[in-house]
Ligand binder design. Structure first.
Ligand code: SF4
Length: 314
């Protein structure tokens, strides 16, 4: 579930950074789905990020803004704010991306889509299993993607989380590429996280994940597909990166796996939440602890907070 931290944004810049590079933002606390693996279950619904938080973000020296949740296209006010932020990024020469479940994509203005670097769509299924797992309409999402692709230049990526709820559906998840163009089809293992809700799925052992992926001809032979794993996954399972690398070789998946061996904080990533908290990437995957953060974005300089977080970490 490394995708939970920044989506595919983490793939864009994997050189260690002493400065702030990527801010991931939960723009609101609303969603139109209830996915069995959702980690963003936290606080009350119906909150949108405020002006002071946004000002603090734009007063910092970030390079890329990844709007990661809860669901940016959930309603008109969220879409209006998203479009405003995307345009501001464009005017300030910053890159910007969105992670969405795709349900409300039909409301994205294609001219604003042109300002986006890319859009990550979280699927966790294809035509055969999406509706069973996410209980939404796969066809409707594909239609929206097709519509935006025909009117803008924005590229799309597909995200899939591998858990007990999806591990049997890898070929169906790969089948999304038959319905629309995706630059990247990224899988990531489900992580146990601390939040206010309940998940109906569990982790799958890393070796089992590698075995299943190696058995999928579609996954192995499609150049767009990859598995993203990070130190949170190895830590969760108590395996070293060396052991993981041996398993990757054993299953002949070295070229298909992007292993993030350092904490994502090293790559200049932080999270800002709709309710103003500033978090390290690790803190961002445990919503139950968000309120323990000593930093509120509206009252601080985010460059300095990032520096303090990195110093504390090292
Ligand atoms: S779409 Fe994302 S935020 Fe919404 S329920 Fe699913 S995992 Fe959670």
């Amino acid at each position: 579930m490394a995708g939970a931290i920044a989506g595919t944004a983490i793939l864009k810049n994997l050189s260690p950074s002493k400065g702030l590079k990527t801010i991931t933002l939960t723009i609101n606390n609303d969603c139109n789905l209830k996915c069995p693996h959702c980690y963003l279950q936290y606080g009350k619904e119906s909150f949108l990020v405020g002006e002071l938080t946004i000002n603090s973000i734009f007063n910092s020296d970030f390079e890329h803004l990844a709007i990661v949740g809860k669901e940016p296209f959930v309603n008109k006010s969220s879409i209006a704010l998203l479009e405003k932020m995307v345009e501001k990024c464009y005017l300030k020469n910053k890159s910007v991306s969105v992670i969405t479940n795709g349900i409300g994509l039909t409301n994205l203005n294609p001219s604003v889509a042109n300002y986006l670097d890319y859009i990550d769509v979280s699927f966790d299924g294809g035509k055969g299993t999406y509706h069973l797992y996410r209980k939404g309409s796969f066809d409707k999402i594909i239609d929206s993607i097709y519509n935006i692709q025909s009117k803008s230049n924005v590229t799309f990526n597909a995200l899939h989380t591998l858990s007990t709820g999806t591990i049997n559906n890898i070929d169906d998840m790969m089948s999304v590429r038959r319905f629309a163009d995706f630059k990247i089809i990224m899988f990531s293992p489900y992580l146990n996280t601390l939040h206010d809700g309940k998940n109906d799925v569990s982790i799958v052992q890393l070796e089992e994940i590698l075995k299943r992926l190696s058995q999928s001809t579609d996954f192995v032979e499609t150049k767009e597909s990859l598995l993203l794993m990070d130190i949170y996954h190895t830590e969760q399972e108590g395996v070293s990166t060396e052991t993981l690398k041996e398993l990757m070789s054993f299953y002949q998946l070295d070229s298909k796996i992007k292993l993030i061996e350092k904490d994502p904080l090293n790559y200049g990533i932080i999270r800002v939440t709709y309710d103003d908290y500033v978090l390290t990437p690790y803190e961002s995957i445990h919503p139950k602890n968000y309120t323990k953060s000593p930093y509120l974005a509206s009252g601080v300089n985010l460059n300095q907070v990032f520096e303090t977080m990195q110093n504390a970490f090292s």
